[in-house]
Structure formats: C-alpha cells, structure tokens
Write a new protein. Sequence first.
Length: 442
Amino acid sequence: MKAAIIAGGKGTRLASLAKDTAKALIKIGGKPVIEHQILLLKEYGIRDIWVLLGYLGEQVRDYLQTGEKWDVNIHYYQEAEPLGTAGALKQLEGEFKEDFLALSGDIMMDFDVKRFIDSHNQRKFALAKTAAGGVSLIITHPNDHPFDSDLVEVDSAGQIASLLRRPHSSGIIFRNLSIASVFIFPPEIFKHIPAGKKCDIEKDILPVVLEFGNKIYSYSTPEYLKDMGTPERLAKVEQDFFSGKIKRLNLKNKRGAIFLDRDGVINQEIGQLSKIEDLKIYDFASEAIKKINDSDYLAIIITNQPMIAKGFMTEADLNKIHKKMETELGRNGAKIDAIYYCPHHPEKGFSGEIPELKIKCDCRKPNTGLIQKAVLDFNLDLNKCFFIGDSSGDAKTAENAKINFIGVKTGYSCHDGKYQINQEIPLYENLLEAIKTILIPV
C-alpha cells in the first residue's frame, strides 16, 4: 500500500515555539514528527510515500530529500496556494489506482499499521458486492478533549452514520470517538474532491461521501495518535516519548486493562437502569477513570444489560445511556476505551421479552466471553489486568477469568451473596480509592 502525508499545516497555535519552522518538522525526541511517521511506515513495509507540501514546504523537502537515508522513496507535491487537507490530496488523482493510506503530518503516532490495513482488507472483502464506491476506514479514538474534536456516530457494525463537527453545542451527547486524521481511502475518493478548491477532508469531503451512500467505517484504537497543535499538547507528547509510553501503547505489545462494572461502580445503582434520565455518574468517577487514562492501563466496561432481553429497553436506548456517560466523563477529561455489554437473559416466559435474546450465553457475567473478546480486540495480557466491581457476580467473573478482583463499597458493596467466591474480597470505599491502590508507584 502507498501512503500520503499531508504536511501543509501552518502551526499557528505553536507560533510561540516554532514561528519559522514547518509544523511537520517540529521535533519530538530530537527527530521531526514527520520523520517518526516515515519510520513507522517503513517498519510496516510501506516505502512509497507522497508528501504533500504547503507552508514552508521547502524546509520539509530539504530535510527529507529523496528518503534514501531511510530506505524509502519520497515524492512531493507543492501547492501554490493553500488547498486544505482534501485539496492537497486531490493532487494525487492519477497517482493512486488502489486503496491508499493518508495521514496528517502533524500527528505524533505509533500504531499497528498492519492490523489497521488488515481490518480494512477484511471489511472490503466482506463488502465486495455491495460497496460500489469503495470502502473507507478512519482511525478514531476516545480522547481527553472531545469537545474541541471532530467526532463520529457509528452503528453496531462500526459504520459511520454521521459526523459531529466541532464546535459542539452544550446540550449534545456523544460517543467519544474522535477522528485521528489517519485514513485508508479508495481511489474513488478523488471524484468527491473538487479540483483547485480549498477544502478539508473532515469538514467538506467525508459528509459528501456519506451523502452519496458510500461506506465509511470507524477503526477505534487506544494506540498513541496525538495532535501536538498547542504548546501544552506538545509538552505532553514529548513527556510521553521520553517515558516510552508512545511505543508501549502499540497494539503489537501485550497490555493490561482495568475492567469496570458500570452500575454501582461508575454510576449509581438504581436497579435495572433503563432510562437515560436515571443515569447518575458518581462525583469521583471522572477523576478515577482519568487516573487509568494517565497510566498504561485501558479502561474497559464489562456490563450485563438484561433489560434489553426483557423488553424494557432497546439497544438504541442503551447506546443513548452510554453516550450520556461518555459525554459527562469527557467533559471532565476522562475517557472509556471500550464498552462491552451482554444483552441476554437466560430465563424465558415473561411478557414483552425478546425471545431471541432469552438464551444462555457465554457473555453474561460471571461467564468470561466479554473479557475474552476484549483480550482479542486489544491484545491483552490477563496477568496485567484487574476487575473492579460491586457484586459477587463481578468477583466471580474475575475468578473465572483468573484476574485480580477489587471490590467497592458503593452499589451492592459485594454483599449480594448471589455467588460463592473462593477468596476474600478486598473492599475499598469507591472506584477512586480502588484505582489509587492499583496505581501505587512501585
């Protein structure tokens, strides 16, 4: 696969640090960010790279030259006037006859490129007969500043239904899925980009692609893809680089997670929550989850939602509840990396129930199906994982999965007595205190 790096950014917000330097040449750990990107592409066998130049483009060309010193082939297009991210991409029409990788030249990143491409190819193969306009795949991720980010709305299959452009209204609720400015596009994308006109991928082109009914999917990943567009974010990226965090978060590396029950842990336990207005987030939840986010652990929710099988709510209702939760957490700079839920219930014979969901399954806690799915999705090492919950069912799930369990005194306080637990349960006041215990510096 060929790659295009869009490197025309002016870096206005970084003017105090790099007024006369092309944004793509701002250094992280002694190397320009675009060099880090080229080395990442090379690591995954991508050696044909087109760099789309804009402001101070000659600086970028002078530094990269032909790419020979990295054993890659670098080609250039220099815009005569600002064309925006999509307008710059339009210059490649005719160069790319097959699907290609496109990325912004001012994002510090380290992710499993092969995994990303494989996901695209699998989806493309599955949709070969129905995706006449090609299939696009966009990297998205939960971030700690969703209110100034472009977000996506997705269906249960990960297909993007709509885009939520910044700035966002105060009353909006959303999934925290921010566009990370890394894409795989089919060559058909070029027909949607007007020639010689300034336009942007997120703002102008993706909405048109959706309007034409072409398929765009979200590839949500917790790997490191961070905009360094402000002095504060640049400082954080440098800190993460020198600590080794950027490389550690690549999904090719085994990682730990802190699994969280939802009701009684993150939000108040009211008994069979089914209405969005009944969701009440604990005051300490955002601080607790943010501590997970600042560590190398993933924050993953594992929850039983039998109210769907019982017919008291739909999966769409549940999605709205989770959107409200993610919005409130995001407002405080906290993010959930993934939510796994079981919609089933094993007991049949009730009025209004959904028969096909009234089954015995392997995903309903204390079974471990949801945890095993998370292991596959995120390449987890269960020896590095914890489960925090408020019930004996949560404790039994951890026991069955052979991971460490920590109980909290909120919700049921692990005193419901539904399951026999074969070990003493450590109990802490709430989620925040439990997290502090896990993250005690060694």
